[in-house]
Ligand binder design. Sequence first.
Ligand SMILES: Cc1ncc(COP(=O)(O)O)c(C=O)c1O
Ligand SMILES: N[C@H](C=O)CCC(=O)O
Length: 431
Amino acid sequence: MNDTANRPNSETEFARACKSIPGGVNSPARAFGAVGGTPPYIQRGDGPYLFDIDGNQYIDFIGSWGPHILGHRHPAVIRAIQLALETGTSFGAPTVAESELAELVVKLVPSVEKVRMVNSGTEATMSAIRLARGFTGRDVIIKFAGCYHGHVDSLLVQAGSGALTLGTPSSPGVPSGCTADTLVLPYNDVAALGTAFEGKGAELAAVILEPVCGNMGCVVPTEEFLQALRQTCTNNGTVLIFDEVMSGFRVALNCAQSRLGVTPDLTTLGKILGGGMPVGAYGGRADIMDAVSPVGSVYQAGTLSGNPVAMASGLATLQQLVKDDPYNKLESLAAQLEDGLLAAAKNANVPVQINRVGSMLTMFFNEQPVTDFATATASDTDRFAKWFHGMLDRGVYLPCSQYEALFVSATHTPELIDETLEAASATLATL
Ligand SMILES: Cc1ncc(COP(=O)(O)O)c(C=O)c1O
Ligand SMILES: N[C@H](C=O)CCC(=O)O
């Protein structure tokens, strides 16, 4: 029997974890820092559901922060992992699975001619920045306020996600020298981009952005912004990097770049690429990628990079996405959720803004449209915290921050979205 408001076993486990793990968690985004309370401890996942150690069931809209577009425990993915495990876990030597996954990424992602596998999204963006600097012989990079690219020193400036949620968008511990060459601009601001290039065009190694942002909540780029990015980078010999760790294979099979019609020079990937195992990748134009060691001299390495278990998981996930092509279904489920949430909020007289691209969605408790960091952070986070707990207590597992996106999976159904909307109406009525 569900009693999601009551989680004594999870509370005990959280208290235990806090004694040996900082804040009880291995990634700050999953602590309930901004909403209060303690997180449910998860025992298992199945399709669209999570089950906690207190015997509660939740409709999951996080999917491990993005990877589980196929839902939890997809049989093809589990089988591929089991088969790979039977041969060993890692060899530190080339395997055929690495080429198979690389070839599929090259086939699916328009900008990618060559790709290097790493172990996380953070490693991917860190390596892409180093490569862009090595390739151009320049140092200065541009990032956008509210975008999060993992915990890379030079990119942990006005960062989104857990850093923003917990009030440290620019982290202590990052030497000022590491960020001295990072310019931070407002997202969607074409004029600011132009001004930055006027002064420093010949010094700019790279511009990195989330082409659909999820880490200040979901924020959508304007057509004008995207065109200006591509044109300005091309004109100045600056490497345009799309960080598609979150949006890659999420908003379209061929990633955000296909949906938006803009081809970057480099792309970073993660999350869905590993199907729930730790995988990241960076890839792009062959002339740039050939600057990476051992062909070129930009050094980047990894003991466990391309390990067979992670490759098998990623390959099975991408192959399943190619086979099922669930993107129309995802679009329709997410649109049902968006429409239902807007109607429920209107009915409850609670002002909200919903930003959505495909199956990525954020409901901001905000009276104004959300287009960048400034407008995202004008949201009512106290109201968000009440909303979050109301939904959790009704068995709906949402990201525990206003500055994250939720994800719909291919295992959600119209009936589950209706159930979620019933919980939403009941919760919104209490805010
Ligand atoms: C857009 C984006 N880039 C990079 C990262 C870093 O990935 P990871 O957490 O795998 O290091 C994340 C998520 O954390 C992300 O959402
Ligand atoms: N928003 C983050 C990544 O996309 C959440 C995951 C994490 O940092 O633990």
